[in-house]
Design a protein. Structure first.
Length: 92
């Protein structure tokens, strides 16, 4: 069984986080997200997988919104009135 991506007997992937994002706990944030500094913490078991990453200019971070209790189907990104109303998942 793969240590990061285990599967069940039917071959279904069981998602397991390899880390988490640490942000200041200022409650829900719609505006000013560009000013928030976040830290990505990788589990020790996966840290070696990042060897050499400093040579790249960009990384893609896939995340799970695990603390969302309620949601809106649509919003204006960053609360900006000059941006069209978009589906919530189109703003992430």
């Amino acid at each position: 069984m793969h240590p990061i991506f285990p599967t069940d007997s039917d071959g279904n992937i069981k998602m397991k986080p390899i880390g988490y994002v640490k942000v200041p706990d200022n409650g829900p944030q719609i505006r000013g997200m560009a000013e928030i500094e976040a830290e990505i913490i990788i589990n020790d078991k996966c840290a070696k997988c990042l060897d050499g990453i400093e040579a790249f200019s960009h990384v893609l971070i896939v995340y799970w919104l695990d603390r969302i209790k309620t949601y809106r189907e649509a919003c204006r990104p960053q609360g900006r009135e000059d941006v069209p109303l978009l589906g919530m998942l189109a703003t992430r």
